[in-house]
Design a protein around this ligand. Structure first.
Ligand code: CA
Length: 233
């Protein structure tokens, strides 16, 4: 089971940046825009292992959320997201029980490194601690990141490394429409020339032949017209 991470951040652009990057490395993400939404997520998901908390929120502040969550769970990993102009926030955050802080703006590499480190630190206190962050099971599919393998109904799929990377990206973003540019930059790591977008389409067509029950009528990878593709399981 993928590890659950809560992202409490009221700025949509920052929240989706974090979600996108954490899903790419195999984490399950839950989102909240307000303190109340964060508490509700915790009610529903007792197995959240790490929480990222923004400080300035519409209904409360990240320190208060941190205090309340820490009182409920001594083992939860908590990272405070601070702005550069708010030096004091780091200290305050650590005083009220956060494990770490990240100063905005931050890079995907920094975010991933901080989260991975905290997951490792909190791992012993959570069930399924031997499950790797990369294990994702969805419908008939099982993604094993350390082995770079995907199984469908227990049968290993024969995928090229590019097909594997695309399928992994989809499985980390279930139910989310991904633009062809998103797929291109995540898998190939480059910008979006219109000729290069066709590379995405060709690879998706090939991937469908390998994973769909009926490739002419795809149910797992559906087309979002004029935009891209979506993973449905
Ligand atoms: Ca904010």
């Amino acid at each position: 089971m993928a590890k659950k991470i809560l992202i409490l951040e009221d700025e949509e652009s920052i929240r989706s940046f974090i979600v996108f990057n954490l899903r790419r490395i195999g984490y399950d993400t839950l989102e909240a825009e307000t303190g109340e939404q964060a508490y509700a997520q915790f009610e529903k998901n007792q197995d959240i292992q790490v929480a990222l908390l923004d400080v300035m929120l519409p209904d409360t502040d990240g320190f208060e959320v941190c205090r309340r969550l820490r009182a409920q769970s001594p083992y939860l990993g908590i990272i405070i997201l601070t702005a550069k102009s708010q030096e004091m926030d780091k200290v305050n955050g650590l005083i009220v029980g956060a494990d770490d802080y990240i100063t905005k703006p931050f890079s995907p590499a920094e975010l991933n490194a901080r989260v991975d480190a905290l997951i490792r630190r909190t791992d012993t206190h959570f069930p399924n601690s031997d499950a790797r962050p990369g294990d994702v099971i969805q419908g008939p599919f099982k993604l094993n990141t350390p082995k770079r393998q995907v199984e469908k109904n227990g049968v290993k799929l024969k995928l090229t490394s590019t097909e594997y990377a695309i399928l992994k990206l989809f499985m980390e973003n279930p139910g989310r429409a991904l633009s062809r540019e998103d797929i291109l930059s995540a898998v190939w790591g480059r910008g979006s020339e219109s000729t290069e977008l066709k590379v995405t389409d060709v690879n998706i067509r090939r991937l469908r032949l390998k994973i769909e029950n009926d490739p002419t009528n795809p149910e797992f990878i559906t087309t979002v017209w004029g935009y891209g593709y979506q993973w449905n399981v």
